[in-house]
Design a protein around this ligand. Structure first.
Ligand SMILES: [Zn+2]
Length: 342
């Protein structure tokens, strides 16, 4: 390790749980974060500062003003320029620690893209905002024997659990066995979310990640941790494996095989995402064409955004689109066909 790295990570190496050997392992490790919203951004910040060798960030969305209250990697200029979160995060993280290989990928993690996007990392961190994607990650992790850390927060409440396939319960053991008390329907877009719970859950998540990536798996707590920062209520529960589990016992990977994934996803807020198939779009040519028929066409290197009152449409280079202002897939399909072709 060079002198400058010794200096940079000196306080972390002084901590007995990590030490110089743990730091060397961190520097050689690869983590992938799926979703760079509040938890993903906070986790990415901590992992990059800690010197994890390579950090990949996968996110399908772009920065909006309503994100800034809790998504700590982004600022007002990112929102003004509607930068994809993966791009804005990569830029910010490289300026924080240039020794880390940070790669931001603007993409939607789905059954077709899971193997390509997730293969080859030592650990996956959950920064997603929906259970469809979490079950997909869980299916991939169990099938490929990859460790991952589940994390979620809504309102003032959050929870996290580390999943080691074959050794611990998986997400399907936890949530599909009918003993889950937390409603899966509530989202940050319907009942809000506080910044402090996000930071706390991401901190717990990254502490576990540091144990795994520094070679100290024996220090993992092996529990489902949950907390409500408003009431001060905390819980630490040992979850049992389900011997009948769909994923880790019966090896039924319905989410990874695409059987459980609809082509049109509701994003939770008042919007619909369309990604029926991948098609490469020439954004410059499309913007030129759109400017003749619609108002307010804004474009950057990664996406085009335009308004067709009362809707707002954002189109990415891979042909994916997010339609704001409707929850009706039929309306979204028809707008997509009208402006982008079938
Ligand atoms: Zn299981």
């Amino acid at each position: 390790m060079t002198d400058s790295l010794q200096e940079k990570y000196s306080r972390q190496m002084l901590f007995a749980g990590i030490g110089p050997e743990g730091q060397r392992r961190l520097l050689a490790s690869r983590a992938t974060i799926v979703g760079c919203g509040a938890i993903g951004a906070a986790a990415a910040n901590l992992l990059v500062r800690a010197g994890v060798g390579a950090v990949t960030i996968i996110d399908r969305d772009f920065v909006e003003p309503s994100n800034l209250q809790r998504q700590t990697l982004f600022d007002e200029s990112d929102a003004r320029n509607a930068l994809p979160k993966a791009v804005a995060a990569e830029h910010k993280l490289r300026s924080i620690n240039s020794d880390v290989a940070v790669i931001g990928i603007v993409a939607d993690l789905g059954p077709r893209t899971a193997w390509e996007l997730l293969s080859g990392c030592d650990l996956i961190l959950d920064g997603t905002d929906n259970f469809e994607t979490r079950f997909l990650i869980n299916d991939f992790a169990v099938k490929s024997d990859t460790l991952w850390i589940y994390a979620a927060a809504v309102a003032s409440y959050g929870l996290t659990m580390t999943i080691r396939p074959g050794l611990t319960p998986c997400l399907a053991c936890l949530l599909e066995s009918g003993n889950s008390s937390q409603s899966l329907e509530e989202t940050c877009d319907t009942i809000g979310v506080l910044g402090p719970i996000v930071s706390l859950i991401a901190s717990w998540q990254v502490a576990e990640a540091l144990k795994i990536l520094s070679g100290r798996s024996e220090a993992l707590h092996g529990r489902l941790l949950s907390c409500d920062v408003w009431t001060g209520h905390m819980q630490s529960v040992r979850v049992a494996r389900n011997p009948e589990c769909r994923a880790c016992a019966k090896h039924d990977y319905a989410y990874l095989e695409g059987e459980a994934q609809p082509h049109i996803t509701l994003c939770g807020r008042d919007s619909v995402q369309i990604h029926e198939r991948s098609r490469a779009l020439d954004l410059a040519a499309l913007a030129l064409r759109l400017r003749q028929v619609v108002q307010d066409v804004r474009q950057n290197d990664f996406l085009i955004r335009f308004r067709v009152a009362p809707y707002e449409m954002t189109v990415f280079a891979d042909g994916r689109a997010i339609l704001k202002g409707t929850k009706d897939p039929a309306v979204a399909r028809s707008l997509y066909a009208r402006y982008l072709g079938a």
